[in-house]
Design a protein around this ligand. Structure first.
Ligand SMILES: [Zn+2]
Length: 620
């Protein structure tokens, strides 16, 4: 008897990947890799022309640039052909391994592809350096070619920070030393965090467990378990505080020193790079934070209502990922019913959105089975060759699963409406990546709320929205405040662990105020995001993404009959405009000022008030 299949009550379908390749060792896939090799050989043959031009690239005039310019255009065209031939097998391998991490053939394929990825990246280096170095006149000549013209936005945007460039020899030296410099500190941190253990009080026993397992305990329903895990995790980080302080000081110190060296034309600020990477400007970030400060009383109300719902006055730092308290058994929602519910909710915005959801199911582009071999988590990916999306998750019928499914289908819709655009216009920054997913998720949550039969059901649906509000509008800003204050102080000297703790507690208090029972002093060490050597301030894009997408969603009813068309047009432009340009063109709003953000927060208030009312009615 097959016990596992008996125990599975509700699950989703499995996806169809055969439309891409019959298998990881198929001749079709091998043919793609052969074609990729040939294209990469062609790029390699063009590179000497580009490399030869690099030392005097800034001074090239139109005549002298002619051969290298032609080579750069040709490299771009070849990369546009090569990109999908690399990403298609990569996505295929990744999809197979998500469903079965033990899939031998997929593992072999993934290993083989590493070599191609490395070669592809290295071969495009001279072309990317060339485009950074040449004058505006040469870049415009480069973009004048109709086959290259679609990449105008990313080419021009990439050059906005060229005033920071050092000489070619210095740039090469910096990137060469970075591997054993800044990146070594990042690697040390991830090595440490993946091998560390901590001691957690479970019942009367003190158990030694890995950090990932302890992290899992923070999502348990019982407060006692979460609190014990939080204490155990923090005690473990405390024993490594000197190593962590050395790492965070070195990572920030490296960046600040490099910025000083790059300040030849004008002063380079530590927020310049992260703001640019997210295709935002500094004014937008400042306004966003200003309004989030104003909204603190509202965000704290959400946190306090969550505390009251669990019979407490305040939340604790161990509650950040706490699930909704169980107020009764939850009736599972079968997968077909969930899809109908999502399709109906989407169709409420526009019938075409509902059709899209039904198509995703009919074409078997959703993976939702239950199996112990599957990787945890949910994501949306896509095949570059066919330009078709895929959604991955483990569907077991909970309200949270339905909302996750709606979220990932939002991502899928975003990529679907961009499918006919050139590759160079289809990548967007993190700040805009969650626009369609938050939109879809909120539409479905509202539909679930409308059909909820009792306060218990409404409570469960609203809990997650309150979790989002407190995470995006209290926790994320606290991380930003800490990191900003740290960079300002680090400019003078490295900080001692005790100073880092104080700085984090201060940021925590600044945001949570009376809504939280105590600060989270070791959060500076326990949060991986502060130790990512490749990028800094991995926090404000979350806040931007949340409030921007909520802003779009909450305006749908007042935006007029052409809302859906404008929404699709907005999504299509996410890869070829800054966030500010996008908002001005499609929403008639200016993100640089506080007005858009303020009116979004005003629309969130009734949602917090409704949750407070439900908590109140349940307490009675
Ligand atoms: Zn997402």
């Amino acid at each position: 008897m097959n016990r596992t299949s008996d125990e599975v009550k509700v699950q989703g379908p499995s996806w169809d990947l055969r439309s891409e390749y019959p298998g990881p060792d198929s001749t079709e896939l091998a043919a793609d890799l052969r074609a990729l090799d040939e294209l990469l050989d062609k790029i390699e043959a063009l590179n000497p022309t580009l490399v030869g031009a690099l030392p005097h690239a800034p001074d090239l005039d139109a005549v002298a640039a002619a051969p290298s310019l032609a080579a750069a255009q040709q490299v771009f065209r070849l990369s546009e052909q090569a990109g999908p031939l690399l990403s298609n097998p990569l996505t295929f391998a990744n999809c197979l391994l998500s469903v079965d991490a033990q899939d031998e053939a997929a593992q072999v394929l993934q290993g083989r592809l590493q070599k191609y990825q490395k070669r592809y990246g290295e071969l495009l280096e001279p072309w990317s350096e060339y485009l950074d170095l040449v004058s505006d006149q040469i870049v415009e000549a480069y973009l004048a070619d109709p086959t290259v013209a679609p990449s105008a936005f990313i080419a021009r945007h990439g050059r906005e920070r060229r005033h920071e460039l050092l000489g070619l020899a210095e740039e090469n030296l910096v990137s060469g030393l970075a591997q054993d410099g800044i990146h070594a500190w990042g690697r040390m941190y991830s090595q440490l965090s993946s091998t560390m253990t901590c001691q957690v009080q479970v019942g009367n026993e003190l158990e030694t467990i890995g950090m990932a397992e302890a992290g899992g305990l923070l999502q348990k329903a019982e407060e006692r378990t979460r609190k014990a895990a939080w204490h155990g995790i923090n005690a473990a980080w405390k024993t490594h505080e000197e190593s962590c302080a050395a790492a965070i000081n070195a990572i920030a110190g490296w960046r600040l020193e490099l910025n000083r060296k790059r300040s030849k034309v004008r002063a380079v600020h530590f927020l310049d790079a992260p703001v640019h990477m997210n295709r935002l400007n500094r004014q937008t970030l400042d306004s966003l934070l200003e309004v989030t400060v104003e909204a603190r009383p509202l965000s704290r109300r959400a946190a306090l209502a969550m505390a009251r719902a669990t019979g407490r006055e305040k939340i604790g730092p161990w509650d950040m990922r706490a699930p909704a308290p169980q107020l009764g058994p939850e009736r599972p929602i079968e997968f077909p019913a969930a899809m109908e519910l999502i399709a109906d909710a989407y169709a409420g915005i526009d019938p075409k959105l509902g059709d899209f959801v039904r198509m995703m199911r009919e074409k078997s582009w959703i993976e939702g089975t239950v199996s112990s071999r599957k990787r945890p988590g949910a994501y949306c990916t896509g095949f570059e060759k066919s330009r078709t999306p895929r959604v991955y998750m483990t569907y077991q019928g909970s309200t949270a699963d339905v909302i996750t499914l709606a979220h990932e289908l939002g991502h899928a819709f975003h990529s679907w409406v961009m499918r006919d655009l050139p590759d160079s216009q289809r990548t967007y920054g993190m700040s805009l990546a969650e626009t369609a997913s938050t939109f879809g998720e909120t539409a479905v949550r509202d539909a679930l709320l409308a059909r909820a039969e009792n306060p218990q059901e409404r409570f469960r649906i609203m809990w997650e929205e309150m979790t989002a509000i407190t995470a995006f509008m209290l926790n994320i800003p606290a991380r930003f405040s800490f990191e900003k204050a740290f960079y300002e102080k680090r400019d003078e000297r490295p900080l001692r662990p005790v100073e880092l703790e104080a700085l984090m507690s201060q940021a925590w208090q600044e945001w949570y105020g009376d809504a939280c029972a105590e600060p989270d002093p070791m959060f500076w060490a326990s949060k991986l995001h502060f130790f990512i050597s490749g990028l800094s301030f991995y926090n404000f894009p979350y806040l931007f993404g949340y409030l921007f997408s909520m802003g779009v969603y909450l305006r749908r009813s007042t935006a007029g009959p052409d809302f859906f068309d404008r929404y699709v047009a907005l999504l299509r432009d996410t890869g070829r405009m800054t966030a500010e340009q996008l908002a001005r063109r499609h929403l008639d709003v200016a993100l640089e000022g506080p007005a858009f953000w303020r009116s979004t927060i005003e629309r969130l208030e009734p949602r917090v008030a409704a949750f407070e009312a439900v908590v109140e009615s349940l307490a009675r």
